[in-house]
Design a protein around this ligand. Sequence first.
Ligand SMILES: [Zn+2]
Length: 64
Amino acid sequence: MVKKYCPGCGRISFSACREDWYCPYCREDISRQPDYGINETVHLGGKNEAGEIGAGKDSRIITA
Ligand SMILES: [Zn+2]
């Protein structure tokens, strides 16, 4: 089982299959997105082609 981050809607989806993976929320094709182990931290900004991790829109720190 692996999980992927969808850059289209910013949600995480889980699947046992790594082929033809479409986001269940917005139907974006995320087959080429990097996959993560089930316990691995997902970097919300995703990775670009150089393997760099983006900041991500949800990476801000929220203080009460
Ligand atoms: Zn999506």
